[in-house]
Write a protein that binds this ligand. Structure first.
Ligand code: ZN
Length: 461
């Protein structure tokens, strides 16, 4: 992994917060560190408030921001003193925590601070960086993951067993960090979750992140677990358009609204789907629990949608019974499909969601294959994944994007009938479906969509 720090570029960022922006973007640029809004960073700055008192403020990534494109406005300023007092409480419910984070902002227009804010506050360093590095998570997600992490880093990292993000994790970190940290501590590994680095300057914290992750990558290389089989380039293309359309329709019916199904045509995906042990290695669980809100706990292997739905319902019933509050089951349909002929497919309400799901699963396949070469991939028990999938704070992230439902404006019955008639009358429905999907991603009005579709039909039939 390359260290992207540039002295020349860094001079364009003046001040502690500006440098926080700079190195956060460097982290965000590398998809093997963070993907689509994952990870978070912070800096502690002492400032004068409106009545002239000095206050220590924690600038922490706000929710809804992507590290790659973050600006100063993407960091939420919260009062450090109050965060440290909160960390001393025995319990704090999620709604209470969110309320405290929001009411301790010094700028009312800032985004909601990350759910990991209290954790950032208690780490006694000016700059704190947190990523979900593929290499680190690959090592933690193996049978003897914790021993391997210790073997790589020795006493230079504090190791935190898996706990769901939020107040409980902050409490565990406060306790374990004070027991394990020494003056040699450069970072902290959260089992099945990711890695933290810290430092007195933006550069020090960033440099440490890159070198810690490089050590994990080198470990995988030395254990012969880095190179995975080269995907075969020529998978036979069969005429599968009708089968794809049929499966997409079944999934839409299960979800209760129209969705897109995208064949990624990933070579790694074809290779993975055609492995003899695909069911065993792909059915253990996600790489990190937060992926569950995008990918569901496990992919559908093959096309038996009824069986997948039944298994999802049974996973829900088994785990819901033990949760503190009653939950309503989400739709039981898969978001990732691994099929010998279709390859890796992603299911989503629009192309942006499909892009996120495909990216996450590309990284997941690589990590699983590497972890398999390192003694075997292991994921967290279904119970932990369920807790995150049905955690109100995670669900809130999805609801934020509600307005971007690709088909929301195409619900009109008459419109659907006319589109259906056009597709039915076509000689080449697969080509037309592709055209419609591309057009829908551009979100034209239903009337315009039918007009475009009719025009294209005339050209290609
Ligand atoms: Zn995290």
């Amino acid at each position: 992994m390359k260290n992207l720090w540039s002295d020349a570029d860094s001079t364009l960022f003046d001040g502690d917060l500006a440098l926080r922006v700079y190195t956060s973007r460097l982290l965000g640029k590398d998809p093997t560190l963070v993907l689509h809004g994952g990870g978070n960073t912070s800096v502690k700055i002492t400032e004068s408030n409106i009545v002239g008192n000095q206050e220590e403020i924690l600038y922490v990534k706000g929710s809804g921001w992507d590290l790659e494109f973050i600006e100063k406005a993407g960091f939420s300023p919260v009062r450090m003193n109050h965060m440290l007092s909160l960390a001393k409480l025995d319990t704090l419910s999620d709604p209470q925590m969110v309320n405290e984070l929001k009411t301790q902002l010094t700028n009312a227009t800032s985004p909601t601070p990350s759910v990991e804010t209290i954790l950032h506050a208690i780490l006694p360093f000016k700059y704190v960086d947190h990523t979900h590095s593929d290499a680190v998570v690959t090592v933690t997600n193996t049978l003897e993951g914790e021993d391997r992490i210790r073997e790589i880093y020795g006493e230079r990292v504090v190791i935190i067993p898996y706990v769901m993000p939020g107040f409980d994790l902050a409490k565990d970190v406060a306790r374990i960090f004070s027991e394990q940290s020494t003056d040699k501590t450069e970072g902290m590994v959260l089992m099945n979750h990711g890695i933290f680095s810290f430092g007195d300057s933006a550069k020090e914290s960033y440099d440490r992140m890159i070198s810690l992750v490089n050590e994990a990558e080198n470990y995988l290389i030395n254990k012969n677990a880095w190179d995975i089989e080269k995907p075969e380039a020529n998978f036979e293309q069969k005429n599968i358009s009708n089968q794809v359309a049929e499966l997409r329709q079944k999934i839409s019916l299960t979800i209760g609204k129209p969705v897109l199904m995208h064949l990624t045509n990933s070579l790694l995906g074809f290779n993975f789907c055609n492995k003899a042990d695909v069911k065993r290695i792909a059915s253990k669980g996600p790489l990190t629990p937060d992926h569950v809100i995008r990918t569901k706990r496990i992919p559908m292997i093959g096309r038996d949608i009824n069986k997948y739905n039944e298994e999802y319902a049974s996973y829900f019933n088994k785990n819901e019974i033990n949760s503190k509050a009653r939950k309503t089951m989400l739709d039981p349909a898969p978001r990732v499909i691994l099929d010998k002929e279709f390859g890796l497919c992603a299911v989503g309400k629009n192309m942006s969601e499909i892009g996120i799901i495909s990216d996450i699963y590309e990284h997941t396949m690589e990590s699983i294959l590497r972890a398999e070469k390192l003694g075997g991939f292991e994921a967290l028990p279904a119970k932990d994944i369920f807790d995150l999938e049905y955690w109100d704070l995670e669900q809130a992230k999805l609801l934020k994007n509600k307005s971007s439902l690709a088909f929301a404006r195409y619900r009109n019955r008459r419109f659907r009938i006319s589109l259906f008639k056009i597709i039915k009358s076509m000689a080449k429905p697969a080509i037309l479906t592709k055209i419609i999907l591309i057009e829908i991603a551009r979100e034209p009005s239903p009337v315009r969509l039918v007009r475009i579709t009719r025009a294209r039909t005339a050209v290609i039939s």
